[in-house]
Design a binder for this molecule. Sequence first.
Ligand code: ADP
Length: 374
Amino acid sequence: MVVGVVGGGQLAQMLHQAAIGLGIRVVVLDPDPRCPAALAGARRFDGTWTSRDDLIAFARSGVDVVTFDHELSAPDDLRALEAVAPVPIRPAPATKLLGQDKLHQRRTLSAQGVPVPAYAPVADMAEVEAFAATHGWPVVLKAIRGGYDGRGVWIVRDAAQAAEVLADTAGGAGLLAEELVDIAREISVMVARRPSGQARAWTAMRTTQVDGICTEVILAAPSPVEDAAAELAVELAERIELAGVMAVELFVTDGALVLNELACRPHNSGHVTMDSCVTDQFEQHLRAVLDLPLGDPAPTVPAAVMVNVLGGPAPWGAAGLGAALDVEDATLHLYGKGHRPGRKLGHVNAIGATVDQARERARRAALALGSPVG
Ligand code: ADP
């Protein structure tokens, strides 16, 4: 079986890694011969995800299914692809759009009774001020499309700051205003569903964001809030007819859950499953998009922590790598990407008897690689 992945970044690389043991082949659509998945040995189909013709040629190249490493293909191109592709596109473009267009996601899910922050599309300052008059300052402004890792999210204190964001984003795909939610903590549920109907969620992960970038993910025994979040994620997966895995990012506010974002693909908050659960998100995504039985998402350890490895002032050398490898119960996942300060170059998963122990190990290994941690 051959799984075609649009984009050859680190997620495709880790899908490839999971595919090897299942006897499944991964082919990536990517213009860069040195993309992480190709460097790791995945076959590459030369082309780009922004070309409708390349997407269609890719779907006709002998793959059994087309899936995604990212959100970067235009929704119109994906609909055109779906209309002519000889193989399924999973998740379907209509499902994927919920992760690509924040306004569409808010409208669709709030109409179904899912709790989301108060929101409104805003085209000019009058609309921002009208929103603030009802919900108060600060206001959260978000790019409706194309944001990631906090790029495309601005918390603005007053009209002057809002005007700057409007000026800087003029000509883009538009903005959404949202109330600033009083967040006690953030969690993310990874959930998988196969087209014939089976759906399974992992334990909800606790996530930490610094400047909009996810820096740390914790897997631990769930409280009732995490259990409720996992139930909500399974319900959502069924309702939107998910095929594949999806991240459901939620805010916890004094006991209640508010939906923040959906990402209909393997996700950074699911990396911790690689070394701490019976089935990890990458193997599960392959199973799901091929409509094979889903694996068990149960944790195999009391606690696990994932820390992203961001580029430090200089690349790590052999000594740094050695020190990271010396950390007990920590596993490195490095993506083979060129070094740049602040760039996501890999992640460390560590397990432990407690969250504190696992976190200390994960941080120690990431620090040894020069990553700015904590
Ligand atoms: P991205 O698509 O870049 O990941 P998100 O919509 O997930 O952006 O927002 C990034 C971070 O900004 C969130 O993890 C959260 O910390 C903060 N944030 C986003 N929306 C709100 C909101 N309405 N209220 C408070 N904080 C928010």
